[in-house]
Design a protein around this ligand. Structure first.
Ligand code: PMP
Length: 406
């Protein structure tokens, strides 16, 4: 079909989506700071630690060895083998290097998997609160997001009954993220068993697990993987992971997907015609990360735990706010229903969590993201991937702003 000059120059699949709200909120906070405002930034979704030294050194050594050219589209054989070793060692999942594709971050892996599989009308079940990018990625790939709200009383976890009710003959994927961004909800073995039982009844549904926060957990015991719990799901699951969060490597842009050969092969073909391989030097760094000493991780997680405990105590002491204890990741998802209907000192009524976020930014310079960006309201997400001092200052300001409401 030819397009007339008055038609949009932008494709419908891009007009359907919006920029990531977390990037937009981070940009706004940085812009206000640039203008001289004193901003406490509780938006950031990345570790504030430096990438561990042995990983940085591996990248420098790769450059010196001349590993600066293209690799195979799907990634270096060494890294793909190391990913297989990791999936077996840590998750009890058996894959061969041919079942693995290395991507430019986990985000890219999810996008490629959706792009390689979705036809118009295909539905993707997304439990809410969800990571902001899932619905828009589905839309960009011509699919239909089916958002399933998960109750706070259920720990923000998808129940088997809710999954069963959401599945239709058009369901293509279930997207499962544990621990979850933004709530920190972590699915137990029993939760996963119940979800697996539903999936077994619906063989047309593929399962995508986003395991990016798997190591940032506070309960101590290892979380089982749903595909290890139910091996029958192996042939229709794509496991997504990466090095961004565990190894403080967000800027290196290395993620990966493991799954059945046809799905992974399709993702590889797509990648060979779009990005080609993920950055060669970053692949060398990721190899060192997966194979190297993981001792630093205990310190990272312990630091997140101290911040979580401090932030929780401060937030839960503010009348009108409440937050469950997150089991993992590095965010608090704060219920702010107690502020709805109240009035700011300048006479504006707070009608939504967007109003709460705008008020906190305007009154006290605290930047965070409204819960409605994650598919449920009224909440806000506050990052704890920042120092205790910043957390304390942020909570003091939130407390002051809330106390000033009528
Ligand atoms: N999944 C979730 C749930 C995330 O929160 C993020 C990062 N914000 C990603 C995937 C993307 O990670 P990466 O940096 O590997 O693209």
């Amino acid at each position: 079909m030819s397009r007339s000059p008055s038609d949009s120059r932008i494709a419908a699949r891009v007009r359907r989506i919006k920029p990531s709200p977390s990037s937009a909120a981070a940009d706004r906070a940085n812009e206000l700071r640039r203008q001289g405002r004193d901003i406490v930034n509780l938006v950031v979704g990345e570790p504030d630690f430096d990438t561990p030294a042995h990983i940085r050194q591996a990248a420098c050594a790769a450059i010196e060895r001349g590993e600066t050219r293209y690799t195979m589209s799907a990634g270096t054989p060494a890294l793909r083998q190391a990913i297989c070793d990791k999936l077996l060692r840590e998750n009890g999942l058996g894959y061969k290097p041919g079942n693995v594709v290395v991507t430019c971050g986990a985000k890219h892996a999810i996008f490629n998997a959706l792009s390689a599989t979705l036809e118009p009308g295909d539905e993707v079940v997304i439990p809410a609160p969800y990571w902001v990018s899932y619905p828009d990625m589905v839309l960009a790939c011509d699919g239909t997001p089916v958002v399933v709200a998960c109750d706070e009383a259920d720990g923000f976890r998808l129940t088997a009954a809710a999954l069963e009710a959401a599945i239709t003959p058009n369901t293509r994927w279930l997207l499962l993220n544990s621990p979850t961004n933004p709530t920190g909800a972590a699915y137990s073995a029993a939760d996963l068993r119940a979800l697996a039982n539903v999936l077994l009844r619906h063989p047309q549904v593929l399962l995508m697990t986003d395991d990016i926060y798997e190591h940032i957990r506070f309960d101590g015991e290892a979380l089982p993987h749903i595909v290890a719990i139910e091996p029958q799901l192996h042939e229709r699951s794509v496991v997504i992971n990466g090095v961004s969060k565990t190894y403080a490597m967000t800027g290196w842009r290395i993620g990966y997907a493991a799954g059945p050969a046809d799905l992974i092969g399709a993702m590889e073909t797509l990648q060979s015609q779009s990005t080609s391989n993920a950055c060669t030097i970053s692949q060398a760094a990721a190899l060192a990360a997966l194979q190297g000493d993981h001792g630093f991780l205990k310190d990272f997680v312990e630091t997140y735990r101290q911040r979580r405990d401090r932030a929780l105590a401060l937030i839960n002491a503010i009348p009108g706010l409440g937050c469950r204890t997150p089991g993992g990741a590095f965010y608090l998802f704060v219920n702010c229903s107690g502020l709805i209907g109240r009035t700011t000192p300048s006479g504006k009524q707070i009608d939504s969590d967007v109003d709460v976020a705008l008020y906190l930014l305007d009154a006290e310079g605290v930047a965070m993201i409204p819960g409605s960006s994650y598919g449920v309201a009224p909440y806000f997400r506050m990052s704890i991937a920042t120092s205790i001092e910043v957390i304390e200052e942020g909570c003091a300001r939130i407390g002051r702003a809330v106390a000033a409401l009528h």
